[in-house]
Structure formats: structure tokens, C-alpha cells
Design a protein around this ligand. Structure first.
Ligand SMILES: NC(=O)c1ccc[n+]([C@@H]2O[C@H](COP(=O)([O-])OP(=O)(O)OC[C@H]3O[C@@H](n4cnc5c(N)ncnc54)[C@H](OP(=O)(O)O)[C@@H]3O)[C@@H](O)[C@H]2O)c1
Length: 216
């Protein structure tokens, strides 16, 4: 069984790759497979013929997506459509940002209502996976943090950095999320991938906290 992991150098993707150690994994980052080029994705899949794809690659900078929705769409939606056209089982990562935050305590049955270019492109990616692949799962993760020193800067690491310097941390009191350790996200995503189950799965942490409480 050959599994392709995209976004292999990212917060979650790197932990997925680490957890699949010993298995036949093709870990690809931006250098190996640029997700803005669907024709390259098709050629890559035809060449590698993987059995499974765990798709962690994404344009995750919310502000950059707002400024450049076309690239957000290419990376977060069109690339998923290209990955979904292969014969491999596809597990595509998505986000709690597909919801508007009004109701809270979301389940997989709740209707998405994305509020940003990032969130709209991620929802489009979900629909591409669900519509175009015959064997697929969407794993929504939330507010990911990581304990690894080399990991990408996150809200948690930025807060820690500021506190260590004795600087104040600014955080919203009315933004509620379920912080998810990158390793736990990887564990859940791999479990969903291996289960063979179809559809959308929430893979966030078990607690619901405001950003202020999370920082504390
Ligand atoms: N982090 C969170 O709090 C969070 C919350 C909810 C959902 N998610 C979702 O979880 C998944 C994994 O996110 P993450 O936190 O691991 O994000 P991340 O650390 O930003 O990883 C995403 C990876 O995608 C790569 N990438 C970006 N543009 C690319 C392109 N054009 N071609 C190829 N690779 C490209 C990035 O490479 P570079 O490093 O070279 O840019 C990066 O390694 C994503 O689907 C994200 O939407 C994350």
C-alpha cells in the first residue's frame, strides 16, 4: 500500500508522515508537487498510482487567502478536485472555519456557512472530494497547535513567545474553538483514512475554549 501525504512539511502533515513511519509513504511538499498546477497533480498520480492520499497541503494563511482568493481557490479547491480524480482513497483535511460560529457546538450534520475566502475555498475543496472521488473522507480539524520547536508559528506558540518575553497577549474572548494537538489530529486523520468510512468527520480536540482561555 502506497500512501501519498501532501503538505508533508506542515503542522499536521509532518505528524501524519511521522506516524506512518515504516510504511510506504510518498511525502510531498511544495517543492515536489505544487498544488497550484492541476495538470502536474494528474501526472503525479498517473506516475505514482497511490492506494491512498492523505491531503494535508493547503493555503492556510487566512489573510493571504482574502487578498488572493484565486490562489486560495486553486490550492484549496481545484487541487482537491485533481486529487479526487485518481483511483486512490482520498482523505482531505478541512476546517471548523466552514461554520459561521453563530450556533456553536457543531456536529457533522450542521450546515456550513463560510465567512471568508479561506473558508469558502476549503468548503469547495470538501465538496470536490465528496463529489468526485468514489472513496473519500473529509476530516475537519480546528485550532491546531504543536509542541515541536521547528513547527510553524501558531496562535499557541505566538502566545507562549509573548508571555516568555513578558509581553501581553491579545486574544478574542468570543472566539470559541477546540484546540487540537497536531499529533492528535494526525492520529484521528489516519484512523479515519484507514477505517474506509465515507463522508465528513470532525477531528478536533475534545474541549471548547475561547482564545483567551486557550492562551491562559
Ligand atoms: N492549523 C490550523 O489551526 C488548522 C485549523 C483548521 C483546519 N486546518 C486544516 O488542516 C490542514 C493542515 O493544515 P496545517 O495546520 O498543517 O497547515 P500548514 O502547516 O500551513 O501546512 C500546509 C502545507 O501546505 C503547503 N502548501 C501551501 N501551498 C502549497 C502549494 N501551492 N503547493 C504545495 N504545497 C503547498 C505548505 O507548504 P509551505 O510551508 O511551503 O507553504 C504547508 O507545508 C489544512 O487543510 C488546513 O486547512 C488547519
Amino acid at each position: 500500500m502506497t500512501t501519498v501525504v501532501t503538505g508533508a512539511h506542515g503542522l499536521v502533515g509532518s505528524r501524519v508522515v511521522a506516524r506512518l513511519k515504516g510504511e510506504r509513504v510518498i511525502a510531498v511538499g511544495r517543492e515536489e508537487l505544487d498544488l497550484r498546477q492541476p495538470e502536474r497533480i494528474a501526472a503525479f498520480l498517473a506516475d505514482v498510482r497511490p492506494d491512498g492520499i492523505i491531503h494535508c497541503g493547503a493555503m492556510t494563511d487566512v489573510d493571504a487567502c482574502e487578498k488572493d482568493p484565486e490562489t486560495a481557490w486553486a490550492v484549496n479547491a481545484a487541487a482537491v478536485a485533481a486529487l479526487a480524480k485518481g483511483r486512490a482513497r482520498l482523505t482531505a483535511l478541512s476546517t471548523d472555519y466552514v461554520f459561521d460560529g453563530v450556533k456553536g457546538d457543531y456536529s457533522e450534520e450542521d450546515a456550513p456557512n463560510p465567512q471568508s475566502a479561506y473558508a469558502r475555498s476549503k468548503l469547495a475543496g470538501e465538496l470536490a472530494a465528496l463529489s468526485l472521488s468514489r472513496d473519500r473522507a473529509v476530516c475537519r480539524v480546528a485550532l491546531v497547535y504543536s509542541g515541536y520547536p521547528a513547527a510553524k508559528r501558531t496562535f499557541a506558540s505566538a502566545a507562549l513567545e509573548a508571555l516568555r518575553k513578558g509581553e501581553p497577549v491579545r486574544a478574542f474572548a468570543d472566539q470559541i474553538g477546540s484546540p487540537t494537538l497536531a499529533d492528535n489530529a494526525a492520529e484521528m486523520v489516519i484512523a479515519v483514512h484507514r477505517s474506509g468510512e465515507q463522508g465528513v468527520f470532525h477531528c478536533g480536540g475534545a474541549t471548547q475554549v475561547s482564545r483567551v482561555d486557550f492562551a491562559s
